[in-house]
Design a protein around this ligand. Structure first.
Ligand SMILES: Nc1ncnc2c1ncn2[C@@H]1O[C@H](COP(=O)(O)OP(=O)(O)OP(=O)(O)O)[C@@H](O)[C@H]1O
Ligand SMILES: [Mg+2]
Length: 417
């Protein structure tokens, strides 16, 4: 690159830079001449001084860019942090084992999942699963990676894909072999898989039952009851009930899937809960009368506004009040209380004095198709999707459903915004 710099430019730059030295040389030459020195000697000395000033040192840098000099690449390994520091930063449990299956290192995630183990202890001191121990033994013997599914029951049920793989390090020409044991938690994936297959099984079962009954009635009307007008009228009524039930089920399923699609979008309409609760109560009066229940509203004066979607909130309180009437009818009254907030969160409680819900069922109430008593719910035309829809709507509204129930005393479903 240096060859490509025009020599004239370079020379001018040097002259500019060495100006004081050159000036000093010329002045000394003139002084020497004035002092009567031989003019040829003075000229030779001047030329030597000029030449030394201009050419006897490293080339001057010009404004012209020079091609960057490539730095010698550093060995990549020297830029990596220490291996154990890297593993410590991972959020999946990892252990490093030696040739004799003793634990040389375990990261924080492994300590959290399996408890602390003294370093240097054999892996069997922590993991007793014969499957995992066999796999480790095999990896050490064959030097080939392996993986296995392993379930832990305590402290909570977890399913892992455990993988063992050999790694080799070269240090000063010496080869060292270690084994990495990593645990990929697939519990959540399994749970979702199970939920999906349960859901398909439940949905088809719920549709199959009314369909089978419809088919039975149609066959009866076509055959044995062909000329029995009275029986036909009775069967048609039941058939109407069954089709209504099926279309409710399909509506609920569609409603759930629509809610799932927009679950991340928070609604932004201002909704006054006072008239909304009044409207829901009024729409349920016929049902409440049928089951012999009074729905009492306890509302504060003035507006109580929340950010929400009006129709969806109607759906929430309709289902909660309907449940309280249907399943708490023994208590005869249902109280609906709206707490104004004033600094605290707005709360709506729907309280019945019915039979209550045994504690073991409470955490599962919002699962799709979950019913405390399937027979009881079916006889009350329930699909078991109501509270699942409620939960989805409330999630979208950033609100919570709090269920308190005491067997024999009643149930309180509170929505906290
Ligand atoms: N207030 C209550 N008291 C006692 N049990 C209740 C009450 N509310 C709900 N449950 C129980 O929770 C179950 C689930 O309720 P959910 O509203 O999801 O379904 P459903 O009422 O059976 O059907 P749907 O709401 O779709 O008509 C009910 O089947 C019932 O067993
Ligand atoms: Mg319901």
């Amino acid at each position: 690159m240096q060859d490509e710099i025009p020599w004239r430019k370079s020379l001018l730059a040097r002259i500019r830079r060495e100006r004081p030295v050159l000036l000093a040389a010329i002045l000394s030459a003139l002084a020497a001449l004035a002092a009567g020195m031989n003019k040829w000697i003075v000229l030779v000395l001047l030329l030597v001084m000029i030449f030394t000033a201009l050419f006897n040192e490293a080339p001057v840098l010009t404004a012209e860019p020079l091609e960057p000099v490539e730095a010698e690449p550093e060995a990549p390994a020297s830029r990596l942090p220490d291996v154990s520091a890297t593993l410590a930063g991972l959020d999946i449990p990892v252990m490093v084992l030696s040739d004799d299956a003793s634990v040389l290192f375990q990261n924080r995630a492994a300590e959290k999942a399996f408890g602390e183990v003294a370093l240097g202890a054999h892996i069997s001191a922590r993991l007793r699963s014969p499957g995992v121990l066999d796999m480790v033994r095999e990896t050490i013997a064959t030097n080939a990676p392996n993986q296995i599914e392993h379930a832990e029951r305590l402290p909570s049920e977890r399913v892992y894909i455990v993988r063992s793989a050999p790694v080799e390090f070269r240090d000063d020409g010496q080869r060292e072999r270690f084994f990495i044991l990593s645990f990929r938690d697939i519990s959540e994936v399994r749970r979702i898989d199970r939920m999906r297959s349960d859901f398909v099984a439940n949905a088809s079962h719920e549709l199959r039952t009314p369909l089978a009954s419809l088919r039975g009635f149609i066959e009866t009307i076509q055959g044995p009851a062909k000329n029995d007008q009275k029986a036909q009228a009775q069967f048609l009524n039941i058939m109407l009930d069954q089709t209504t039930r099926m279309s409710r089920l399909v509506d609920d399923l569609l409603s759930l899937s629509r809610l799932e699609l927009k679950s991340h979008l928070a609604p932004d309409e201002k909704v006054d809960l006072v008239p909304l609760l009044g409207h829901v109560r009024d729409s349920l009066v016929p049902l409440a009368r049928d089951v012999g229940v009074d729905i009492n509203l306890h509302l504060p004066d003035g507006k109580v506004e929340v950010l929400g979607d009006r129709d969806e909130l109607v759906q929430v309180f309709e289902n909660l009040m309907e449940n309280a009437c249907k399943y708490g009818q023994e208590g005869k009254v249902v109280d609906v209380r709206l707490k104004n907030g004033s600094g605290e969160p707005v709360e709506v409680s729907i309280i019945d004095k019915g039979p209550g819900i045994p504690a073991e069922h409470v955490p599962r109430l919002t699962e799709r198709f979950y019913r405390v008593s399937i027979e009881d719910s079916r006889s009350k035309k329930g699909t078991g999707l109501g509270l699942a829809i409620v939960k989805h709507i409330l999630t979208r509204h950033r609100a919570r459903l709090i269920v308190k129930s005491e067997v024999g005393k009643g149930t309180d479903f509170t929505v906290r915004f």
